[in-house]
Design a protein around this ligand. Structure first.
Ligand code: NAP
Length: 285
């Protein structure tokens, strides 16, 4: 059976949320006599990271968030990065701190991220925020997963009671997506590389979130007719961007589906801006 899927437009949703954030940023500035502030730390000269950082800074300017960019040479040692983070932790004009990953030395990433104050951890990667997400407490949730939830809701889909299948269990996407879906009262199954009968499980999903990093891995025979399919994957191949879902054939069966590019991607920066405003409004409470 084929049907006409509705494409969930991440760019349009992103613009809508950013215009709401603009209003919130202006209200914050009016009541605090300063703009909400986001500090971005980039270590080294990775070209993709430079583009991501530039995009984040431009997005901040667009909604009225002040950005503080710290570009450090790739040789910068762990202690110097931590010293900068500690200074930003106690800087009252900085509400959010983002360390652009990957760092040139990946082995120190976790240790460095744990030095970011949980109140300023707008990426939502700190153990305190991850733990509070698990406990259902107030927290700064990771940006891409929060964007996934907004995309599902924007399709008018009721999440409560649905079977949501998440393929991928990374700390930055799969696990937090699963926690957020659980908070929305979905029945959640998390799959990974050791999952048996992945196809059968995926095929039972009312909501299927795919975050594995494998070009066009999910095919039509793995998807239920009428499912909502969210494709987090970003796989570059011969200069072109592909998702983890084979869009052309899966879109024949899905009720709603996100494209790559133009789905989850634009929402990630938007949720970063959202977290920055949230952190600014909340302060260290
Ligand atoms: P990751 O850390 O590499 O994790 C991949 C996950 O997929 C792992 O849990 C792995 O299982 C699972 N997996 C790999 N192969 C599988 C298979 N054949 N069957 C089932 N599960 C499999 O990746 P990530 O950081 O979560 O990112 C995933 C994708 O999302 C990437 O393409 C990334 O570029 C993209 N992404 C996009 C955004 C955005 O803003 N749009 C943000 C972040 C990430 P194991 O745990 O068993 O190894």
């Amino acid at each position: 059976m084929t049907n006409r899927p509705k494409i969930i437009d991440g760019k349009a949703l992103s613009q809508k949320i950013r215009s709401e954030l603009k209003t919130k940023a202006a209200a914050f500035e009016a009541s605090h006599n300063r703009k909400a502030g986001l500090a971005v730390i980039l270590v080294g000269e990775d070209s993709a990271s430079q583009i991501y950082v530039r995009n984040k800074i431009t997005a901040c300017e667009e909604v009225g968030i002040r950005s503080f960019a710290h570009y450090l040479p790739k040789e910068t040692g762990k202690d110097d990065i931590i010293e900068l983070i500690e200074a930003l932790n106690s800087d009252n004009s900085v509400d959010g701190i983002l360390v652009q990953l990957p760092l040139p030395d990946k082995s120190v990433e976790n240790e460095i991220l744990e030095h970011v104050s949980p109140f300023k951890d707008v990426d939502g990667f700190h153990a305190v925020n991850a733990g509070n997400l698990l406990l259902g407490n107030q927290c700064l949730a990771a940006c891409t997963p929060s964007g996934v939830i907004e995309l599902i809701k924007s399709a008018g889909t009721e999440i409560s009671g649905k079977h949501a299948v998440v393929i991928g269990r990374s700390n930055i996407v799969g696990k937090p997506v699963a926690m957020l879906l659980l908070q929305e009262n979905a029945t959640v199954t998390v799959c990974h590389s050791k999952t048996r009968n992945l196809k059968d499980i995926a095929k039972d999903a009312d909501i299927l979130v795919v975050a594995i990093g494998k070009k066009e891995f999910v095919t039509a025979d793995m998807v239920k007719v009428g499912a909502v399919v969210i494709d987090v994957g970003m796989n570059r191949h011969d200069g072109k961007l592909y998702g983890d879902v084979k869009f052309d054939e899966v879109s024949e069966k899905a009720a709603f589906i996100t494209p790559v590019p133009g789905g989850v991607g634009p929402m990630t920066i938007t949720m970063l801006l959202n977290n920055t405003i949230k952190a600014a409004e909340r302060g260290s409470k």
